[in-house]
Design a protein. Sequence first.
Length: 330
Amino acid sequence: MKLGLKTQILPADEAAVAQAAECLKAGGLVAFPTETVYGLGADATNAAAIARLYEAKGRPSFNPLIAHVGDIASALKIAHFNITARRLAGHFWPGPLTLVLPNTSDCPVAELATAGLETIAVRLPAHPLAHAILRAFGGPVVAPSANLSGHVSPTAADHVASDLDGLIDLIIDGGPVSVGVESTIVGCFEAPMLLRPGGLAREEIERLLGQPLARPPQDEPAETGQPLAPGMLASHYAPHTRVRLDAASVETGEALLAFGPAAVPGMESASAVMNLSARGNLAEAAVNLFGYLRALDAKGARAIAVMPVPHQGLGEAINDRLRRAAIERR
Ligand code: TXA
Ligand code: MG
């Protein structure tokens, strides 16, 4: 459903930063780049703005949002940091890491954004433009990925426009992102827990903490229980075309999402071929992942066949997103 808004797209400069901050203060919806993916920002303390955000994305309002801040002092106002959280923030912020923490008793973030949980997801992004907008605005900004709910996350401004034109107020075009998959989410509970693999590799976090990260319970949370990672189990990051994983060959009418230098049988007759990283580099593959899924989705292929991607490092997040993209939808 279109809200009939005129969505303005501005090149990234000082005037755009000021306009973004003004728009957020007025309850507007502003898409801006972070180093992971483009986010759709709203004033985290403004329930009406957050309601508009859920509506624009078509996102279920029980799936809580990440509060983005411009500095650690702002994070301390909204969340309690235990020792693990301090170490992680001290070492990896600003960067592609989100921490789930108990919220403070006077946390100003609207309940609609936290889905009434007693925890809050907090992130201090490293992208200079995100940083400038957060500093100019001066308060926490909730920002889910700037795509329609369930669709592939945006790694460039035109991805945002193709999903959300007419539904949001402003898009700041800061060019393509540098990481390409969403932030890693760590729950700083008694045992630190990997809630979502992402742009910071699990191994780096475990090396700093000197212990393995716990796994979230496998089952869908009971209605009465507190969801640990709400929204993590559904089909997600999904193109419209069917996705076939671990492809060892290309079947008639399929497009191929390749990885590495090897050729696979049937490749020459694929309706389209894009290689995430011909040299087999996982960081390069992460940057290309969502853009290539969008591009192959537009080819009208019968399915997108995906070659296997190694699981270590950023491969964990890449495989996670591919698995969700391949879940059959109704
Ligand atoms: O890289 C990113 O994290 C991007 C950029 C824009 O910052 N944002 C992003 O937001 O990926 P979103 O809304 O697409 O994903 C946020 C995830 C959801 O899976 C949500 O369920 C989880 O964070 N989450 C939010 N609050 C939570 C909480 N209190 N406890 C557990 N999970 C939470
Ligand atoms: Mg998302």
